[in-house]
Design a protein around this ligand. Sequence first.
Ligand SMILES: [Zn+2]
Length: 228
Amino acid sequence: MRRLLLLLLVIAVAYFLGHQQEWIPPQHDPLAPLDLADPPGLATEWKLSRLRDAPEACTAVLEASTLRFAPEPDREMGGFCAFRNVVALERAEIPLPGGLKVTCPLAAALQLWMREVVQPAARRYLDAEVARIDHLGSYACRRVYGRAAGRPSQHATANAIDIAGFRLADGRRVSVLGGWQGTPAEQAFLKDLHAGACSLFRGVLGPDYNAAHRDHFHLEMGPYGLCR
Ligand SMILES: [Zn+2]
């Protein structure tokens, strides 16, 4: 009897090891390619960060998604400022007005954040969908905080975007400036967006970081791994 149980156990383990790939959902499996239609999982942030050095793989990820975009030609703008693997967004999960140009990995992270974080939080806390996101721009040829010296900002390569507020389908508007200390629902909504961003973007800075960020979320795909 005991020998039979042992045999069944060995068969079960062998079966599991042989079918491991099928047992792990793709969003938790670091070997499965990133699909923006999947919900975020344990491997999503890692897969998004890997797109930084894989322009062709990144373009393929965007092409397979519902995002509409036009690739921008690579170009050097002098000094540390450049477009490399940048796309012009034509249609994202939530409209971002202004013909926005961002790096491909940033576009992928934005699309996931909008669908999996922003809209669920808006429905949960504000009982409405977000119809439009107001931003303060992406590309800017400058160093961090616009200082004359110091490290280049991720904005200098369109690898960062500053998000200022959210227009709801019912006409309400929640700004980062007013809502961070606003009604309990606005606070919960914005805190959720910030926390959710930290598991998708490589760098997130908000009003709790410093006064320079009191009116926006800075979201970037740089190499630093910030969440403040
Ligand atoms: Zn910024």
